[in-house]
Design a binder for this molecule. Structure first.
Ligand SMILES: [Zn+2]
Ligand SMILES: [Zn+2]
Length: 299
């Protein structure tokens, strides 16, 4: 069933964000958005990053885009509680702040990320170049232990990335130009979350991978009329809506909002609303427009 774009719902989502972060300390599974913006002018939003809270503990972090470190501390998350940092890909707006986040840390972390290709190193090479003996931030190596988990983005089947007693995380490669990129699915107890990451939405097997998730987080960086590089890297809003509908996602979270029709144009709320109108032509379920520090309850 299709429905008209619900402007009031979007407004409500913006309003609800202002005081929502404290809700992350409650029980259950929650996603907290640390950064809801993209690589360029995103209207004051930090770049991509998320915390998964489980029963009030900040256990998993996905992506570490610019602005993430300050948002991490605003969220109330605790470095000592982070067990896994899962990077979707090595574009700066998803990975650049990893050293800044780890700088005050101690102990060990699992760091998941993609296999390498083209100009992009594998996650292991990336960590080695940052923190290894010849790395720029080798000083951190004295007190942190990082274990890279390499996700083969060329695998035709989903790959198990990480597992704990109550958590199973799988990943699979998604089409994002020539950039090795992972979409993640997290099953936590009876809850499920998918992070579609940056992608064009052109691989139907990804829809199979995320089918039936309680919450789907998408990265809406392209407008409906985008051409050139943006359209080669990012799905159009209508494509995201179709993916969410085909996957029967219970709740759609729109993030990585850099709403402009060309790269580096100023952020525009009007363009964002136009994009949401295209998206909601194809998806009729509940939508939350992401805001930094917003918490989203998962079922
Ligand atoms: Zn991005
Ligand atoms: Zn990207």
């Amino acid at each position: 069933m299709k429905r008209q774009f619900n402007y009031a719902f979007v407004i409500l989502s913006f309003i609800s964000s202002a005081s929502a972060w404290s809700a992350c300390l409650n029980s259950g599974v929650q996603i907290q958005i640390l950064g809801s913006g993209g690589p360029a002018d995103s209207g004051g939003r930090a770049s991509a990053s998320y915390i998964i809270w489980i029963n009030g503990v900040s256990r998993i972090m996905l992506d570490t885009g610019s602005g993430t470190k300050d948002q991490f501390y605003r969220s109330g998350a605790n470095l000592d509680d982070i067990e896994l940092v899962a990077l979707s890909h090595l574009h700066p707006d998803h990975s650049v702040e990893l050293p800044g986040i780890l700088w005050p840390a101690g102990g060990r972390f699992d760091i998941a990320g993609p296999s390498g290709a083209n100009v992009f190193p594998s996650i292991g090479e990336f960590l080695e170049r940052l923190f290894g003996p010849r790395g720029a931030y080798h000083v951190l190596d004295e007190r942190i232990e990082l274990t890279p988990i390499t996700v083969d983005v060329t695998s035709p089947d989903p790959v198990e990335v990480w597992r704990a007693a109550d958590i199973v995380i799988q990943g699979r490669g998604v089409p994002h130009g020539d950039v090795p990129t992972i979409g993640y699915r997290l099953n936590i107890g009876g809850s499920s979350i998918a992070f579609a990451s940056d992608q064009t939405g052109s691989d139907p097997t990804f829809t199979d991978f995320i089918r039936g998730v309680d919450v789907l987080v998408i990265h809406m960086s392209s407008t409906e009329d985008a051409t050139g590089l943006i359209s080669e890297l990012h799905a159009k809003p209508s494509v995201w809506g179709q993916m969410a509908a085909d996957a029967d996602a219970g709740h759609l979270v729109v993030s990585h909002i850099a709403s402009s029709s060309v790269a580096n144009a100023p952020f525009s709320p009007q363009v964002l609303n136009q994009s949401l109108a295209f998206l909601t032509k194809n998806y009729s379920g509940p939508i939350t427009v992401g805001e930094d520090l917003l918490c989203i309850e998962v079922n």
